[in-house]
Design a protein around this ligand. Structure first.
Ligand code: AMP
Length: 112
């Protein structure tokens, strides 16, 4: 399987790591869309949010908790945006579940 995020998990691809534990890795997005833009991914290869099942609920909760912790550590006290793109129409380009955390500027709504 040719998954760039699995290569990050295995250490084959390098990242600017923010956090790692036995379940997740967080790192800066290579093409930042805001002054702060990082991703939280599971070590397990799950294709997208649409491919999760009830058994993934603890993992999904942990990913969100880490996203919030890191947003605070990154100084995003005035707010931040979390995004989970799923599937082609959802704008997902990497087929490995990930949460985007964006902040450091005002985020428009609705997204384009
Ligand atoms: P999505 O479009 O939601 O699938 O988002 C995928 C994100 O992964 C994009 O924002 C990319 O810039 C980011 N990305 C892809 N490859 C890497 C990489 N090697 N290191 C960090 N971020 C990456």
């Amino acid at each position: 399987m040719d998954c760039i995020f699995c290569k990050i998990v295995s250490g084959e691809a390098s990242i600017h790591s923010l956090y790692q534990d036995e379940q997740v890795i967080a790192f800066r997005d290579i093409t930042p869309q805001a002054p702060v833009h990082f991703l939280v991914i599971p070590r397990e290869h799950v294709e997208s949010l649409a491919h999760t099942a009830r058994k993934h609920s603890p993992l999904l909760g942990h990913m969100l908790a880490i996203a919030a912790d890191l947003a605070a550590k990154e100084g995003l006290s005035e707010g931040f945006r979390t995004v989970i793109n799923a599937g082609e129409q959802g704008g997902q380009t990497v087929q490995h579940l990930h949460i985007h955390v964006l902040g450091g500027r005002a985020m428009g709504w609705p997204p384009g």
